[in-house]
Write a protein that binds this ligand. Structure first.
Ligand code: C2O
Ligand code: CU
Length: 533
């Protein structure tokens, strides 16, 4: 496949989205009204770090033989110390932007794709114009300037494109990077033992070219699922490690694949951090569920290993609860039931994979004991929530051949009454998968899937995960893998699940989005605005 074809393919999502009538091609063209004053450089802003990021088609050598056409952010450090901008070795993915809390950052985003784009800083607490709302998309050749001060807790955040309707293909093409806010935890592994692991699934054709969704509605409904795992944008899934302790910053950067992370030697997963930074103390799990968009920081001790040992980080098999009841049998394309969740050439969500293999060297590395605790994490005061007796409910469900939130699809500027909140208030939001929003209960909601729920603009806390309506055969396979402590910006909402979260709206008024982080669901409109006034 030539470069042109790949670009066309990435646009295919729009042109064929008969599934989502609200999303017409001309819509994208008119996305830019009223927003021309955003994204301009302010000469009075004096950044500590200034970076130019140019998104463009490029090609890389991933395999023997033909190069692979991808999309890439080309980074340039204009101001700041070298460590603030790191590229992943031999990778088209990234870069990694490293900052300290309080630093001022300017990013000049230049779009050299053949289609509109914009960057979203996933997990950062920023004003509306800095957040990458799809209303701010820019055309090829244009620039959007981000200027902000980083006030998030130290932690592992990330960035990726967010143009409405084509986020999936742009991320899939290779546009994603980490945004790390550094901490001063000298008790944790550092340097070469603090390692990012961005997990993504891809499918390649015989010419080494990426295959996205072919013109297949059902696969779009499920989301893209590839048959091969890339780590940090590379096909070679192994690295050598010293005998010592490691900190892994794991991002699930996949479009729709969920991972059930486990060590091959059955050691427990030691989780030290979530989306919004370090936990108050390490937590141990037999395995860890990681949905698209989520991050987990994992601590691991290789110091007692013999050199030559190989330990893998795997994804174990599980039941994702995907069911396409209403279309069973021959309804849509035949063989749907058995094949549901399968991509054109992929493997269903919940299939086992070896993700990455660590080969232990004879060399001794840095060896620090697992700290008993980290800095305390503030808790949102639920008693002060303005709606503590009647949380807002957000029903993620399927209806009229679409994935919807409370019966609604995305509209660029629209905010419903039930999406308006007040600045400086705390609220409880309840997210429900497959509830009564469409006038159908669990049983009537014949198409069900897990949805990774993401809210822009803030970090929230999970109060309660009600699993009483989650099918037993699903829960049994995943139930021990959740970490609900600490700060989150994305969480997995399984079929039948109800999750209550506490959110605090502060500092910024404006429109922010919340959506399913299954990128194909998001592109199809499983996304809405909320507005802080
Ligand atoms: Cu990482 Cu709105 O997304
Ligand atoms: Cu979804």
């Amino acid at each position: 496949m030539q470069r042109k074809e790949f670009i066309k393919l990435s646009g295919l999502g729009i042109l064929t989205s008969a599934l989502s009538p609200a999303l017409a091609f001309c819509n994208l063209k008119s996305q830019k009204r009223d927003v021309h004053n955003a994204g301009k450089m302010n000469p009075d802003f004096n950044p500590d770090i200034e970076i130019r990021l140019t998104s463009a088609p490029t090609d890389v050598q991933l395999f023997r033989g033909a190069n692979t056409q991808v999309f890439s952010y080309h980074p340039e450090l204009l101001k700041g110390d070298d460590p603030s901008l790191q590229t992943l070795q031999n990778s088209y993915l990234g870069p990694i932007i490293k900052v300290k809390q309080g630093q001022k950052v300017r990013v000049i985003f230049k779009n050299q794709l053949q289609e509109v784009s914009i960057i979203h800083w996933h997990g950062l607490h920023l004003p509306q114009e800095m957040d990458g709302h799809p209303m701010y998309v820019i055309d090829k050749g244009e620039e959007y300037v981000y200027e902000f001060q980083v006030n998030n807790r130290p932690g592992t955040y990330w960035f990726h494109p967010h143009p409405h309707g084509i986020t999936g293909p742009q991320v899939y093409g290779g546009l994603a990077g980490l945004f790390i806010v550094e901490d001063n935890e000298s008790s944790l592994p550092s340097g070469g033992q603090d390692i990012p692991l961005v997990i993504q699934d891809r499918t390649f054709n015989a010419d080494n070219q990426l295959v996205y969704l072919q013109n297949n509605r059902m696969v779009r409904m499920t989301g893209f699922l590839g048959n091969q795992i890339l780590i940090n944008g590379q096909a070679n899934n192994s690295m050598e490690v010293a005998k010592g302790t490691y900190r892994f910053r794991v991002l699930n950067g996949s479009n729709s694949r969920i991972y059930k992370l486990a060590w091959s030697d059955e050691e427990e997963i030691t989780v030290i951090g979530t989306d919004g930074g370090l936990l108050p103390k390490p937590i141990h799990r037999p395995y860890l569920m990681l949905a698209p968009g989520e991050r987990a920081e994992i601590w691991r001790d290789f110091s007692q290993q013999n050199s030559g040992n190989e330990i893998s980080l795997n994804s174990l098999s599980f039941n994702s609860g995907t069911s396409m009841g209403m279309m069973g049998g021959r309804g849509m394309g035949g063989g749907m039931m058995g094949g549901m969740g399968q991509s054109a050439s992929g493997t269903e969500n919940g299939a086992p994979f070896t993700l990455f293999t660590f080969e232990v060297l004879a060399r001794e590395g840095e060896n620090k004991p697992l700290p008993e605790s980290f800095s305390p994490v503030d808790t949102i005061e639920v008693a002060q929530a303005v709606n503590r007796n009647a949380p807002r409910q957000f029903n993620f469900h399927f209806q009229r051949m679409q994935w919807l939130i409370n019966g609604q699809t995305f509209e660029m500027y629209e905010v419903a009454d039930w999406e308006k909140v007040k600045l400086n208030t705390t609220e409880i939001w309840e997210f429900i998968n497959g509830g009564s929003g469409g006038g159908m209960g669990m049983m009537g909601n014949m198409m069900s899937m897990p949805h990774p729920v993401h809210v822009h603009g803030l970090q929230f806390q999970i109060l309660e995960r009600d699993v009483s309506d989650v099918p037993q055969n699903v829960w049994q396979t995943v139930g021990d893998g959740f970490v609900d402590e600490g700060w989150q910006d994305t969480f997995l909402l399984l079929p039948g699940m109800k999750v209550k979260v506490a959110l605090r709206f502060k500092d910024h008024t404006g429109k922010f989005i919340y959506h399913c982080h299954n990128l194909e669901h998001e592109d199809m409109g499983m996304m809405r605005n909320y507005e802080v006034t």
